[in-house]
Design a protein around this ligand. Sequence first.
Ligand code: F0G
Length: 454
Amino acid sequence: GEMPLELHKVRVVQKLHLVPINRRLEAIEEAGFNTFRLNTKDVFLDMLTDSGVNAMSDNQVAAMFQADDAYAGSQSFFRLQKAVEDVLGKKFLLPVHQGRAAENVICRTFVKKGSVIPTNYHFTTTLAHVMENGGVIEELYHDRALVLHSDHPFKGNMDIDKLEACIQKHGAENIPFVRMEASTNLIGGQPFSIRNMMDVRGVCDKYGIMLVLDASLLGENAYLVMKREEAWKENSMADILKMMTNLADLVYFSARKLSSSRGGGICTNRRDLYMKMEALIPLFEGFLTYGGISVREIEAMAVGLYETLDETMISQSPSFIKYMVDTLDKAGVPVITPAGVLGAHIDAGTFCAHIPQCEYPAGALAAALYLVSGVRAMERGTVSSIRDENGNDVLADAELLRLAIPRRVFTLSQINYAIDRILWLYDNREMIGGLRFTYEPPVLRFFMGGLEAT
Ligand code: F0G
């Protein structure tokens, strides 16, 4: 494939450990075959997530030194507020400690028993917070969104006819908001188009329903709009980002992803919405000018937001992902195409076709890949799902293994090492066996759950 090129230099490094395979076997057993529970001293390439592990820039680190420590009225907050207004075009900002904290505040404020939240696709923490407040979600992805091997440029689009039908069925009064997630995480980091978001906005306006944008992966969605949507090819990242946020009443984000730091935020231009949520910030997060985030991280977040406008920065991870996906695809390994953002996604259902879905093929593949390579990936399949009211697994739409490629962290030779090990494992895939739970937490079970070989 096309060779990606790093447009940065490495100035601070951290030593990695490639421990021997017998230690890796012990480690994955100690971790209950759950890669979340590994200690990074046993991990070689950490491709678990991009969350909070994207490389920071020199300017972000520099800004952290001029942070203004103050419980209230910190200048760091006002710099962040200005960055949010400049980049996301919203003047009211509520800071929160991370993305799911934003979901907590939004769902407590707007979701009640019987509420229905239409969305292009759920995210684990969003679904948990909607359910926590008595609501349900309806996923209104279009017919081609879940075709794993595809050339559809915008699998993250919402199906507009399904949205109309959903509102007709449940009544606008039971739908506090429609949620659009940028770079739809759980279907493989797949973007939506601006055309689609405009159409969603049109339906929201027709029925007087609020539109909420999960902007955690907004920079990458904007970059793919620039690459793939004809009408926006000549526009800048700044124009595209603003266009998308302008279409939403409420924008929230995990800054662990959006700006390579910590924290998160909720922003809007509507004072009425801001006022409904304001009191929850001191209750759950911290005072309104720090929101549970250190002021140093607030400075890094502000600089990171401006850096999102730089397409040479934002394109680095997607171009490495594309290289990995295209190389694996050419070699016949089942991967999600087209390459999305956040990471490369292996179709574990096909890779491990001999493992029934109730024995968690994606979880099994995650454990096996760690064993043969020291690469830590993340299960995104039925282990990450929930149980229904009868206690049965809700089988995931797809069994995915996600190899996250955080921004500017890995070199191309490390990517090639991961590819080489995946190819070896694919040739020896019959050796991989299924898993069952031995310990299963009641919510978000994938984080701390323990499993064993069946
Ligand atoms: N929304 C999206 C689209 C996300 O990807 C995440 C986190 C969140 C909300 C929650 O944000 O972690 O700061 O509380 N995604 C991480 C991941 C965990 O690995 O994909 P958070």
